[in-house]
Design a protein around this ligand. Structure first.
Ligand SMILES: CC(C)(COP(=O)(O)OP(=O)(O)OC[C@H]1O[C@@H](n2cnc3c(N)ncnc32)[C@H](O)[C@@H]1OP(=O)(O)O)[C@@H](O)C(=O)NCCC(=O)NCCS
Length: 164
């Protein structure tokens, strides 16, 4: 397994797992029907340029099995607080890929000068919360009933943060 910075042409290999995860409507506050060009603009916003860093995880045969982005969550005097997003191929979850990718992303964000990382909308039913807590994130607040989950109905969105 190799973690590296994504190239622009990696998007075509990120998109299938992105689509599977977002279309399930359980973990991201994005339209489950997001078309491919709009999805690309969400993961790799052209306007942000190098300020948006994207990573991919490749397995031994070069298949992209996960991706993450890191970017400033705010602007100007608060641009040192990062936001990040993570997706692991649903067929490969639970094997430690997400944890390794997150550890890599946290270290890269620290090296890039960020002093904290915030997740703006972690669905409170998402088992990933355990992962984030084990990596030092804490929930600052929960927006009650903000997310219409297809199975659980209205559930909260956690704002999670950790210093870097
Ligand atoms: C969240 C996600 C990135 C985690 O990646 P992963 O490769 O499955 O995670 P790992 O195998 O490294 O597991 C890490 C820990 O998280 C927990 N965890 C993660 N997903 C879990 C799940 N579906 N069920 C139960 N526990 C889970 C485990 O407790 C595990 O702990 P351990 O390392 O002590 O065994 C991945 O499941 C994913 O892409 N989910 C859909 C998109 C998403 O929710 N992104 C995050 C939005 S906040």
């Amino acid at each position: 397994m190799q973690i590296r910075d994504a190239r622009v042409d990696d998007w075509d290999r990120i998109w299938p797992l992105w689509h599977r995860i977002v279309s399930a409507g359980e973990t991201y506050a994005w339209d489950p029907d997001t078309p491919e060009p709009a999805a690309r603009a969400l993961w790799m916003p052209p306007a942000l340029g190098a300020a948006n860093r994207v990573f991919v995880v490749e397995d031994a045969d070069g298949t992209v099995v996960a991706s993450a982005y890191v970017r400033p969550n705010y602007g100007g005097p608060a641009a040192h607080i990062a936001n990040a997003g993570f997706m692991v191929d649903p067929d490969r979850t639970g094997r430690g890929i997400g944890r390794r990718l997150a550890e890599h992303v946290l270290e890269q964000a620290r090296q890039d000068g960020y002093t904290g990382m915030i997740f703006n909308a972690v669905v409170e039913t998402n088992p990933a919360i355990k992962l984030w807590e084990s990596l030092g994130f804490r929930t600052l607040a929960t927006v009650p009933g903000a997310f219409r989950h297809p199975v659980h109905g209205p559930v909260g969105l956690n704002i999670m943060f950790r210093e870097l």
